[in-house]
Design a protein around this ligand. Structure first.
Ligand code: ZN
Ligand code: ZN
Length: 207
């Protein structure tokens, strides 16, 4: 598995491109904007984008979804609990966040435990509600792409529609901190971290 982080869009949300080095098949996680920049990376590396995987439906993570879908004929995947959010710009906040409105239908609804195959690379869906009802993390080998659930030293906000502080803490404790300390974490904003570092230093997770 190979990957690249590209902070995109006006909120610089981390977009991650994940691919199988042999077949060059790829998945794009959270294309938040700046399609031209993303496209240039994809072309320069000869990748075939098969999937757009959304960690959740918020405007700062979906700004370039329509363009990626159209250009590469890629399938949009989102957890079933954020499926409706993607269809309405008032629900995904794309109209309020200073973007053009994003209103698009996903091709497939994801469920907890599902495996997405990109060539020889397997991506596992972990449902982690709390930031939104349908927030997910994607696990691949020893890496977790954590969306807006877990950040280095912080957690996602829970004051928006569908958010719950109790739920996000439970999601992180029960579904993320169960992995070994050396598991790498790649959040939707900011730098990467590890499960061990967050267990030890994240002020929201201290018991
Ligand atoms: Zn968000
Ligand atoms: Zn975000």
């Amino acid at each position: 598995m190979e990957y690249k982080r590209l902070p995109l869009g006006i909120y610089q949300a981390n977009c991650y491109i994940i691919w199988d080095g042999e077949s060059r098949k790829a998945a794009v996680i959270d294309p938040g904007g700046d399609f031209e920049e993303l496209k240039m990376f994809i072309e320069n590396n000869g990748l075939n984008v098969e999937y757009i995987i959304l960690t959740h439906g918020h405007g700062d993570h979906i700004g370039a979804v329509s363009e990626v879908k159209k250009y590469y004929n890629a399938q949009i995947l989102i957890h079933e609990d954020d499926y409706e959010m993607l269809k309405k710009s008032e629900k995904n906040y794309s109209s309020q966040m200073g973007y053009k409105k994003v209103e698009i239908e996903a091709d497939k609804k994801l469920n907890h435990g599902e495996i997405i195959r990109v060539g020889n690379v397997s991506l596992e869906v972990i449902h982690t509600p709390g930031h939104t009802r349908g927030s997910i993390c994607i696990k691949c080998e020893n890496k977790i792409f954590s969306g807006d659930t877990l950040f280095a030293g912080s957690i996602g906000r829970t004051d928006l529609e569908g958010g719950s502080f109790e739920q996000i803490i439970a999601s992180i404790n029960e579904k993320l901190l169960v992995f070994s300390d050396d598991t790498e974490v790649y959040p939707g904003h900011g730098p990467s971290t590890t499960i061990g570092t967050e267990k030890k230093y994240n002020p929201f997770l201290k018991v």
